[in-house]
Structure formats: C-alpha cells, structure tokens
Design a protein around this ligand. Structure first.
Ligand SMILES: Cc1cc2nc3c(=O)[nH]c(=O)nc-3n(C[C@H](O)[C@H](O)[C@H](O)COP(=O)(O)OP(=O)(O)OC[C@H]3O[C@@H](n4cnc5c(N)ncnc54)[C@H](O)[C@@H]3O)c2cc1C
Length: 387
C-alpha cells in the first residue's frame, strides 16, 4: 500500500480527467491522476482542436465560454498551443444563409460577439475558400483553437511544474475503485493501491476496466469518426476553425436557436453525406497541415468492436469530394488518416454517476470535450468537493 493519501484520485488522462485534476489543484487539493496508456491517446489527441462555444447551447455554451478563459489564462503562463484566430461558419446556399443570420440575431440578444462576413470578405480572409461555395459567413473572433496532438501533454507538463501536490502516473490502468472505511481505494494493474478522500472516473470510451455493469446499462453509444490530415502547406489561407454548410445544418445552436431550422430541406447532394454523419470542418494546424473531417458511425456501448478497426475509404472519398467543392487546396495530398472514438448519449449531454459521496463518474461528453470540458470540469470539481 502506498502510504500517501490524496484528496482526489482522477482516473483518466484525457481532457476531462486533466481538467478535474487542474481545478482540484487550484482548490489546494492533493491530486493523483492515473492514465492507463504510456501517454494519453484517446479522443483528446485525435480531434480538430476547435474550441467553439458558438455551436453549443444552454449551460454547455457557458462552459465553452468559460473554457475560452481557462485555456487563455494558462496560455499566458505556459505555451499549451492556444491560438486565437476565431471560428467561421460558411454558408453555401440560401437556407444556410438564413440560419447564420438567425443565429446572429440570437447571439446579438445574448451579447456574444460575432459578425457577418460578405462573400468578398470571406474570400479575402480565407483565400483558400472557393468563390463558387461561399455565399456569406458568420465569424466569431473570440474563439480559439489548440493543437490536439500537443495540448494535453503541455497542459500536464505545466501542471507538474506548477503544482507540488500533483502526481501523474502514466501506464497505470485502474482496475478497482472501492470505498474502504472513510476513504476510496484505487488499485492499478501491478497491484499497487492508492488512497484518497474522493475519486473521479473520466474514462472516455474505456468501459471494461471499471464499473462495466453501469456502462452496459447507461444507454450511451460509441461514435467512430474518420479524420485526415493533408501535407503541410503554410501558404493555404484557412486560419482558425472553419465550419461549413453541413455543420450549419447539424450543430445544436442552429437547431435550438434558429426558427427556420426545422423547416429547411436537405438538398439532394447532401443526402449521402448526411447518411454517414459527414460535415466538413477544416483546421489548419501550426505545422501548416490541414485537418479535414469528419464522419459519424455508431455502435452500442457493449458492441464497440462492431465499429471495426479499418478506415472506410468510401467515407473518406465522400469527404474529399465535398472538401474539393469548398476549398481550392490540394486536399488529396494526404499525409495521414486516423479514426477517433467518443461515447455520447441520445438524451444526455454527459453521464454523471455519484456512486456515493466519494466516487464519481464523469464521461460521455460527446463531441464537446475540447470546447466545454475545461469549464464543465471546474463546476463538477466544485460539486465533488461540496458533497
Ligand atoms: C475525431 C474527433 C474530433 C473531435 N473534434 C472536437 C473539436 O474540434 N472540438 C471539441 O470540442 N471536441 C472535439 N471532439 C470531442 C473531444 O475530443 C472529446 O469530447 C474529448 O476528448 C473527450 O475527453 P475525455 O477525457 O472524456 O476522453 P478521452 O480523451 O478518451 O480520455 C480518456 C482517458 O482515460 C483513460 N482511461 C480510461 N479508463 C482508464 C482506467 N481504468 N485507468 C486509467 N486510465 C483510463 C484513457 O486511456 C484515456 O486516455 C472530437 C472528438 C473526435 C474523436
């Protein structure tokens, strides 16, 4: 038995786990974070790195706005790869134009800064966008991006340097988490046990190591997303978070806040893309490559393996053909492809289980984690310690 006793043990080294650890450390707590892999390789490193509260609703929008502040306050002290270059939703037809103008009206009343860009302004600012595609756009200058393949490692490095009471152990799969007396006891695969007052499980899409029965009955599904990265080309004019017509037809803020959303029709050329859950996003990484995605396929949480390990080239081809309609860069010079996975729930925005006042599960944040995770974890950590 390790004799050190922690205030909080965090299981999981992704964005949710790391920001629970971070906020507990800010509260002056002693924290142990356990990651099963040699370093985090889950959804947190496989995404676009877009921090886009503008696409979210209700408290998730507020968590996103708070996350913008949190990321930027850390960036002032330590380079975690934050760039403030805004988000833009580019409309390609009359219906999408109607939706961006309706969302503008909503955000005007809410006081969330944005502006409409005319076709000329789009082409001037985003020189790689095709004139045949862009009609009008809605631009949010305050939104940021991070580098998904760097950010979590830099954040954890920052936390190690800043907080003496922080211990981070990689290669440490937690296989048991039990209340023992007044404590929580967490066991990892080599048999080592750790004690704490509280534990939070931020397990992402790993459902077999801890509390499998809870997850099997949770109603969540696992989503598989296909992603691509072009070779580096610093000359491409696609800075920031670029979101396009199918995103306007998909994101929650448009669905909830735009009166016309329910009545707009899907044009024929979008039908097959929508069937694979495809919407086209572009994110220029710091190295000049462009991340292009994504698609969505689903499997029940107990049948995760049915999603397969292979990349479906037909889906990538659909995405590349649509990308060619939107931008005039060489999208077929692909440097790499990968699949990402995350759990999501058909009705809930996140899964929260408080097993007693000591053991808490927080997972299934869906496609919102990089945007809302930092702000959400602040609130969740406060609740865990107020219990
Ligand atoms: C392709 C793709 C694109 C996306 N794009 C965006 C985007 O642009 N913007 C946005 O806001 N969101 C985006 N998302 C969503 C975002 O990436 C996720 O919501 C977020 O990363 C989830 O974080 P997490 O910490 O819950 O899970 P994960 O990142 O999966 O982390 C969970 C961690 O827990 C560890 N773990 C699990 N069980 C144990 C155990 N028993 N013991 C020890 N360790 C354990 C795992 O190894 C893993 O490292 C995207 C996701 C994908 C897949």
């Amino acid at each position: 038995m390790n004799t050190d006793k922690y205030d909080l043990i965090v299981v999981g080294g992704g964005i949710l786990g790391t920001f629970h650890a971070y906020h507990a450390l800010l509260l002056g707590k002693k924290v142990l974070q356990l990651e099963k892999d040699n370093y985090p390789v889950g959804a947190t490193v496989r995404n676009f790195g877009m921090v886009v509260p503008s696409g979210m609703t209700d408290e998730w929008f507020e968590y996103g706005v708070r996350s913008l502040e949190i990321y930027q306050s850390i960036q002032k002290e330590f380079d975690i790869s934050v760039r403030k270059n805004g988000s833009v939703y580019i409309a390609s037809d009359d219906d999408e134009q109607t939706l961006i103008n309706e969302l503008k009206t909503y955000y005007d009343t809410k006081g969330y800064t944005q502006k409409i860009l005319s076709k000329e302004q789009i082409l001037q600012k985003y020189t790689s966008v095709k004139a045949t595609y862009a009609k009008e756009a809605l631009f949010f200058p305050q939104e940021i991006s991070i580098e998904p393949n760097l950010m979590i490692y830099r954040l954890q490095e920052y936390m190690r340097l800043k907080f003496k009471e922080f211990t981070l152990l990689y290669n440490s799969p937690a296989i048991d988490c039990l209340p023992v007396g007044n404590d929580v006891e967490v066991t990892i695969t080599n048999g080592k046990k750790f004690k704490s007052l509280k534990a939070v499980i931020c397990n992402g899409y790993e459902f077999k190591l801890l509390f499998p029965d809870i997850f099997a009955e949770s109603g969540q599904v696992v989503t598989k997303l296909q992603m691509m990265r072009t070779v580096s080309d610093h000359s491409s004019g696609l800075e920031g978070n670029i979101l396009t017509g199918l995103t306007i037809r998909r994101y929650e803020s448009f669905e909830e806040y735009c009166p016309s959303f329910k009545s707009i029709k899907t044009p024929d050329h979008y039908a097959e893309l929508k069937a694979y859950g495809i919407h086209l996003l572009f994110k220029k990484a710091a190295d000049g490559s462009i991340i292009i995605g994504d698609s969505h396929e689903y499997a029940g949480v107990s049948h995760f393996d049915d999603l397969g390990f292979a990349t479906n080239n037909y889906i990538n081809e659909l995405m590349l053909a649509e990308a060619e309609r939107i931008v005039n860069i060489d999208v077929r010079s692909i440097a790499g492809t990968w699949n990402g996975f995350y759990p999501q729930h058909p009705e809930k925005n996140i899964l929260e289980y408080d097993l007693d006042d000591r053991i808490h599960i927080r997972t299934c944040i869906g496609g919102k984690g990089m945007t809302a995770g930092a702000g959400y974890a602040e609130n969740s950590t406060q609740q865990i310690f107020n219990n």
